[in-house]
Design a protein around this ligand. Structure first.
Ligand code: GUN
Length: 284
């Protein structure tokens, strides 16, 4: 059996087209949704992500700007800027691109963002709301994955779900969303004993481990839904996911490609969260 491919690029485009009317309505009310992205340092991958985030906003009529700092900048300068943005009525979303340089206290920076502008959903209060099953902002990558399940008509209730990866950005919020949707969830990592024993039981398998082609066909239950969150750059410059796509395509029921899978959905859900923040502020 060859798996059905869940096309994240097409779904992202469909959603972004639909967002335009909401942006227009907000703009007409004097609340054009605005996102500020803060980048500290010059990590080439982060620079690409940040550019795509800003351009994604501009393409649907939102306001967006990037603020960059030298890698050696004092944390206090960034905290002062966040405080200014928290008070700026034209800015609805604030995102600090991670990772931050080593001298930063990441938690202190994330906690400085106003909870109602935390479009990444990384503030402890927003993480708590998600854990309680009452989310206000859902972290963008797992939110995008949930939209892909919806698009693929994947019923999560009662299913065995395995997440490989335990990061605050993907693994943990992904697990919470799956729990909230009624799945039976196991969270593994690259060092889990008998990892394949876990993954072979999974009706839903989410790979967010950051290792190229880590998930091979023999680790996948026939008919499973396989979601590849990985974006790894190979020595030849090509991108590949955490899943051996060619091999798993022949075993899975549904699968996401890299590129063109989860990646475009992450930025799409960032746009969704920023629009939602603006709608809440406008009382819509
Ligand atoms: N770095 C990698 N992914 C993300 C993300 O979703 N948000 C932020 N702020 N930084 C990231």
């Amino acid at each position: 059996m060859t798996a059905q491919i869940i096309d994240g690029k097409a779904l992202a485009e469909e959603l972004r087209q639909r967002f335009k009317a909401r942006v227009e309505a907000l703009t007409a009310k004097g609340q054009r949704p605005g996102l500020v992205v803060i980048l500290v340092g010059a990590d080439p991958a982060s620079e690409v992500y940040v550019r795509n985030k800003v351009n994604g906003c501009l393409a649907i009529g939102m306001h967006s700007e990037k603020i960059t700092y030298d890698a050696a900048v004092d944390q206090q300068i960034v905290l002062k800027k966040i405080a200014e943005l928290n008070a700026d009525p034209n800015i609805h979303g604030i995102l600090v691109q991670l990772p931050l340089p080593k001298h930063f206290n990441e938690e202190a920076v994330l906690e400085a963002i106003a909870v109602d502008k935390d479009v990444d959903g990384f503030h402890a209060e927003n993480v708590g709301a998600l854990a309680q099953g009452n989310p206000r902002f859902i972290p963008c990558t797992p939110y995008g994955v949930m939209k892909m399940f919806e698009k693929g008509n994947v019923d999560l209730s009662g299913k065995e779900a395995v997440v490989i990866g335990r990061s605050n950005i993907v693994g943990k919020p992904m697990a919470l969303l799956l729990i909230n949707a009624g799945a039976t969830v196991t969270v593994c990592n690259s060092r889990t004993k008998d990892l394949a024993g876990h993954t072979r039981r999974a009706d839903i398998l989410v790979a967010a481990v950051g290792k190229p082609r880590f998930v091979t066909a023999d680790m996948v239950k026939p008919g499973a839904v396989v979601i590849d969150v990985g974006i790894n750059r190979l020595p030849d410059g090509k991108l590949c996911g955490d899943v051996d796509f060619a091999g798993c395509l022949e075993v899975a029921g549904q699968i996401t490609p890299v590129p063109g899978g989860v990646g475009p959905m992450t930025i799409t859900m960032l746009l969704a969260n920023t629009i939602e923040a603006a709608e809440r502020k406008a009382g819509l």
